[in-house]
Design a protein around this ligand. Structure first.
Ligand SMILES: [Zn+2]
Length: 293
């Protein structure tokens, strides 16, 4: 469950030269093999080009439309004289730092100007934004559950209670990936919107017996409710996966959240979700590269 931390030595071994970075970026950008970014043709030549600087540079030329481009053309790394080795290191630093990296630190570690460091950090953050195309809807068995964060007393009248912020979570059984969202309430309208946003029609939704999920039984999803009153888990009908996420999240946030207003909760949730859904920092780095073009 714990995410593997990678060391700067591992990053150096994997991405220490310009050729290694280009090769890796090519695999991410064109997993099926080189293809033209303008017309999609797979008839593409690769050759070593003359860069303005001394860095290694490859160009690709499309046989069909004659378009010439490099691995960074059309990406957030385009139009920069910086080698990819520095970009990759910047991405690693930003992905692996829990509280983010100051431009000053990038400047020092990467040996670039402050202006360049600021520009790089800005570009990497642009690429780090989760876009809708990447956030594909979950399918198969998805567990959905809610929890409450904040407040001093446990909600005695069932769900919620004063000063508590509800959070809904969904976990895809096969991939183990999660989606979390802080919500105003846990009405059936709210839950319906959340489930429809994140699960494909036809998904098998596992929830507890809460009445806000009753609509699921007569809608586009199949639904199984866990009977929490029973001691035994009924076969594979359970929400244990998402419940484990709650305990992990609460452990991380305990001692912090009582000082933080509820409006910052979405930020915590985003960061938690982003890190949870990626196995290690290399995975996280690839994710940034994937969203850069
Ligand atoms: Zn072309």
């Amino acid at each position: 469950m714990k995410k593997r931390q990678i060391s700067i030595i591992e990053v150096f071994e994997r991405f220490g030269t310009e050729e290694k970075c280009i090769e890796h970026f090519e695999k991410i950008r064109w997993p099926e093999g080189l293809c033209c970014i303008r017309c999609g043709s797979v008839r593409v030549f690769k050759f070593e080009g003359e860069g303005k600087t001394h860095k290694v540079r490859y160009l690709y030329e499309c046989v069909d439309c004659k378009y010439q481009y490099s691995v960074t053309t059309g990406t957030v790394f385009h139009n920069s004289h910086l080698p990819l080795t520095k970009w990759f290191l910047a991405i690693y630093m930003i992905c692996s730092a829990k509280k983010g990296v100051a431009a000053k630190q990038l400047q020092r570690e990467l040996n670039v100007s402050y202006k360049t460091a600021w520009y790089m950090a800005h570009r990497v953050r642009l690429a780090m934004q989760e876009d809708d195309a990447f956030c594909q809807k979950f399918s198969g068995i998805v567990e959905v559950d809610e929890t409450y964060i904040g407040g001093i007393k446990r909600g005695r009248r069932g769900r919620g209670g004063a000063n508590k912020t509800p959070i809904v979570g969904m976990r895809e059984r096969t991939s183990g990936k999660i989606r979390l969202k802080a919500v105003e309430n846990v009405s059936s309208t709210t839950l319906k919107r959340f489930i429809r946003t994140h699960a494909k029609p036809g998904s098998h939704v596992h929830t507890d017996e809460y009445t806000s999920y009753i609509w699921l039984d007569s809608s586009e999803f199949t639904h199984s409710a866990v009977k929490h009153a029973q001691t035994y888990v009924d076969g594979d009908i359970h929400t244990n996966g998402v419940e484990n996420v709650w305990s992990l999240f609460k452990r991380g946030i305990t001692g912090v959240f009582h000082k933080v207003s509820a409006k910052y909760l979405p930020l915590y949730l985003n960061e938690f979700e982003f890190r949870f859904n990626h196995r290690d920092d290399f995975d996280l780095m690839d994710r940034v590269l994937e969203t850069s073009f």
